[in-house]
Design a protein. Sequence first.
Length: 76
Amino acid sequence: MKCLKCGRETFESRNAEAIELDNGCLLVIRNIPCYKCTECDDILYTGDVVEQIEQIIAAAKNLTQQLMVVDFTTAA
Ligand SMILES: [Zn+2]
């Protein structure tokens, strides 16, 4: 997979994302599998991973906690 920004090679890595939900909750997802650019550090997710992140967000919206931290490898 090539970087969308600069076209350089990417390598497999893990990333954490903090997502603010419409209900005011801050969701932190750790250990998300991603591709990282060797040049500009841009992060790429595959379609599958984006879909799984959306599912985790949808599930998190049903909870009322202000702050939530999940591990991608166990929540997906
Ligand atoms: Zn790049």
